[in-house]
Design a protein around this ligand. Structure first.
Ligand code: C2E
Ligand code: MG
Ligand code: MG
Ligand code: MG
Length: 297
């Protein structure tokens, strides 16, 4: 019986593997098609400047309106895109959409910057500057309106080369800003920050989550986790000090409650982004309306 069980469980395993592979391949084919016909959609989430309460920038976030599965989040398809070698095309599509919207905003006199995530695949190809330069020229957009978000793992792989590539990008696109995304998520050393031509630090939302319980109106600390909270406070305080020392703008991601917003304000963070202050919405809906001001904390 043991042998039969083993065979049955192997069969189940094989079946599961086949299904996973099938799902992945099906998704990959569909994603390739969606990219080819421009069937993805770009959402945007506001970033508020705490000093003024005004929208400082929007982050472009890709979505895939899937015919059968509904609106898919990047978590469902970016890995498929990576494995299928589609990331560079996906980024290129996002960049073009971003510039279309930026040129519309410029015409409407909307002062917002737009921040786009840059994948490791695009970065390694090394043709981002050329592509963006061409698009900025074609749509008549000032590159100073654009920010690119890069992650630590993308940079840490080869720090010198990454730093040089970022410098080159900024030289070819005057005014372009570079943000370090999900800061603190990786095993980064703070020392390397000095070597990178960054403009913005985005503190990973894990630290924000540890500050105070999410979705709580009252400024109550998450129970049973005073130490986690103290650590998060210390980390954010240190990152704000270091960021400002280096002349960077410090953004906190994943702000989900009034309590967090209050603490981040007290900690001297420059900008906030998160469901509590503004959720991602279709980029084309960001017209003159802009977004709601930061609610009183
Ligand atoms: P990210 O760049 O760190 O983007 C922030 C993510 O946090 C977004 O998830 C956003 O919807 C989510 N978020 C915003 N506010 C809150 C909050 O208050 N609480 C929580 N828990 N989450 C919040 P999303 O859109 O699912 O994107 C996930 C990741 O996929 C992004 O993380 C980014 O790394 C990647 N990504 C998204 N769009 C693009 C894109 O157009 N190109 C590339 N290359 N990567 C993208
Ligand atoms: Mg990002
Ligand atoms: Mg992030
Ligand atoms: Mg994040």
């Amino acid at each position: 019986a043991a042998k039969g069980d083993a065979r049955a469980s192997f069969h189940r395993y094989q079946q599961a593997m086949t299904e996973t592979l099938e799902t992945r391949l099906t998704l990959e084919v569909a994603l390739r098609e969606a990219l080819a016909v421009g069937a993805l959609e770009l959402f945007a989430q506001p970033r508020f400047a705490l000093r003024t309460g005004a929208v400082a920038a929007f982050e472009a976030l890709v979505r895939w309106p899937h015919p059968e599965r509904g609106l898919l989040l990047p978590g469902c398809f970016l890995e498929v895109a990576e494995r299928g070698g589609l990331m560079a095309s996906l980024d290129a599509w996002v960049f073009e959409q971003a510039l279309v919207h930026l040129s519309r905003w410029q015409r409407l006199g909307l002062p917002y910057r737009l921040s786009c995530n840059l994948s490791a695949a695009s970065f390694r190809r090394g043709d981002v500057a050329a592509g963006l330069g061409e698009l900025a020229g074609r749509y008549g957009v000032d590159p100073a309106r654009l920010e690119l978000e890069v992650t630590e793992d993308l940079l840490m792989h080869d720090l010198d080369r990454a730093a040089q590539q970022l410098r080159q990008l900024k030289a070819q696109l005057p005014g372009l800003r570079v943000a370090l995304d999900d800061f603190g998520r990786g095993y980064s050393s703070l020392a390397y920050l000095r070597h990178l031509p960054l403009d913005t630090l985005k503190i990973d939302r894990a630290f924000v989550a540890d500050l105070a319980a999410p979705n709580l109106a009252a400024p109550r600390v998450r129970e049973g986790a005073p130490r986690t909270q103290r650590t998060a406070l210390a980390v954010i305080r240190a990152v704000v000090a270091l960021g400002h020392e280096l002349g960077l703008s410090v953004v906190a991601e994943g702000v989900e409650s009034a309590a967090q917003l209050g603490m981040l304000t007290a900690l001297g963070v420059d900008e906030v982004q998160g469901f509590f202050v503004g959720s991602p919405a279709p980029l084309r809906e960001v017209a003159g309306a802009g977004a709601a001001p930061v609610p009183d904390a």
